[in-house]
Design a protein around this ligand. Structure first.
Ligand code: GDP
Ligand code: MN
Length: 377
């Protein structure tokens, strides 16, 4: 789950990371009001769930409240990375001497939080990794989840900061790691963390992504979800406990089990087809759940046919087959169905499907071959 900068800044402030005074505004006149409250030159920034706003014209400095209003008017009309800008952040502007990158990510291979810094702040870290990898310095956080003071200091010295700045940097780095642990963030990033001409360190951008799988134990954070992050079908899937990821092809896929779903996508591609989605209906999915999954798949207008791949273990194949038949009668859209069914009571299951006029197989490759050729027709 992605947070907007203004939401991430609030988490930063709570964690004790220095951030300039700011507030979010939903109209140009509100932006003017915030600038008046701040009473200093401000920066007006598009609040969208993608980076690179600076380059897209979504970040503008304004000396006066009137200029802030004008900047907000321009920014609120933009579309950045496919997202129309509906709100702006108005923040006290900072003078910048240096821009630093500081980010904490979960390194799944190392099973640790990895803290990364680079002296090339303001530039995306992926780009630094490509063009100047030696500019990136790394420290792994111990499993305790606490950054050791010497690790923070080492990174500060690698950046060429002076003693006083290293002390401040170390506190910020420690707080960022603490925040990442406390929020179950997959990413917590300050880009740029700036050094002002007075030698102060401040976060002037804030990015936090929360691991969706941890939200059940972070109810306060779950409430921060932004509706623009998901399409309607994606939201419906999440709320129904269905794992759904839209892909680019035209073969809709419904599978019970994530591993089996992955295998199906591989076989479709191997046989020359293109899957329209990944979908795992879950273990003991009943007819109602299958129906919901079918509606989610069919909400995608590029789907030409639906391929169902079910392993009947605890749930018997004949029950699943009856569920599929029930779930597909009376739908808004009528697309061909191809089913692969294997497991307990598969013979009865195949019979139920064939009686309903649905192509059914026990072999995955057989079912995929039919789906691929019919989707290409
Ligand atoms: P992003 O492009 O979406 O990552 O947006 P950022 O918040 O990182 O802003 C992009 C760039 O705008 C920064 O790297 C800075 O160079 C500049 N910028 C942002 N805020 C200020 C500010 O308060 N003062 C000055 N002088 N420049 C700023
Ligand atoms: Mn940035």
């Amino acid at each position: 789950m992605k947070l907007h900068e203004y939401q991430a800044r609030a988490l930063f402030a709570e964690a004790g990371i220095p951030v300039p005074a700011s507030n979010v505004a939903f109209s140009a006149s509100e932006a003017r009001g915030v600038a008046e409250e701040i009473g200093k030159p401000v920066v007006v920034k598009a609040q969208v769930l993608v980076g690179g706003r600076g380059k897209a014209g979504g970040v503008k400095l304004a000396q006066t409240p009137a200029a802030a209003q004008e900047a907000a008017e321009k920014i609120l009309g933009l579309t950045i990375g496919g997202y129309p800008v509906e709100k702006v952040l108005v923040a006290e502007a900072s003078d910048i001497e240096r821009e630093i990158y500081l980010g904490a990510i979960v390194d799944r291979d190392a099973r640790r939080i990895l803290l990364m810094v680079s002296g090339e702040g303001g530039v995306e870290i992926e780009e630094v990794a490509r063009t100047n990898p030696s500019a990136i310095h790394r420290e792994y956080v111990q499993p305790s989840g606490v950054l050791d003071a010497h690790q923070g200091r080492r990174l500060g010295f690698m950046l060429g900061l002076d003693w006083e700045q290293v002390r401040k940097f170390e506190a910020i780095a420690r707080s960022l790691v603490e925040l990442a642990v406390r929020t179950d963030a997959s990413l917590a990033e300050i880009n740029p963390l700036i050094v002002t001409p007075e030698g102060e360190l401040r976060a002037i951008d804030a990015k936090v992504n929360i691991d969706d799988n941890a939200l059940f134990r972070r109810p306060a954070l779950a409430g921060l979800r932004n509706s623009e992050e998901e399409t309607g079908p994606e939201r419906r899937a999440r709320e129904s406990g269905i794992s759904y990821v839209k892909l680019d092809g035209n073969i809709g896929c419904m599978v019970n089990g994530a591993g089996l779903a992955m295998a199906l996508l591989d076989v479709i591609k191997l046989q020359g087809g293109e899957p329209a989605n990944f979908l795992d209906v879950g273990g003991g999915a009943d007819a109602a759940q299958v129906r919901t999954a079918m509606e989610i798949i069919l909400a995608d207008p590029t789907v030409k046919l639906v391929l169902v791949n079910i392993f009947g273990g605890i749930t018997r194949c004949d029950e699943v087959a009856r569920g599929v038949v029930a779930a597909t009668t009376g739908l808004d859209r009528n697309v061909p169905l191809v089913v692969r069914l294997v497991g307990t009571n598969e013979e009865e299951g195949l019979e139920v499907l064939r009686d309903a006029g649905i192509s059914a197989y026990t072999g995955m490759v057989d079912a995929v071959n039919e789906a691929v050729s019919r989707a290409a027709a």
